[in-house]
Design a protein around this ligand. Structure first.
Ligand SMILES: [Zn+2]
Length: 88
């Protein structure tokens, strides 16, 4: 008897979910994209944290510079640093 009482509420939830989930999902996707940039700045290699972006020379460590393709820019002070051509 306990089984049938457990299953009953589950079915009700399932029927409600599709409608409720759709709306928040669209908003969540946008938020996720922003968060992705934050943790993509780091990578763990051999138990060490490797920073994938250079820090701003003006603002000091803690301020990462954004990758703009051929250059890095600081969103805090606007400092722009061109990538060394030797990388190619
Ligand atoms: Zn800066």
């Amino acid at each position: 008897m306990s089984k049938s009482t457990e299953e009953a509420p589950k079915e009700e939830e399932k029927a409600e979910k599709p409608e409720k989930v759709e709306k928040p999902a669209a908003k969540a996707e946008k938020k996720k994209k922003k968060e992705k940039g934050v943790y993509s700045l780091y990578r763990i290699e051999n138990d060490k944290v490797v920073r994938l972006r250079p820090t701003c020379q003006r603002c000091g460590p803690g301020y990462f510079m954004a990758d703009q393709g051929d250059r890095y820019t600081c969103g805090h002070c606007g400092f722009t640093q061109y990538k060394p051509a030797a990388e190619k």
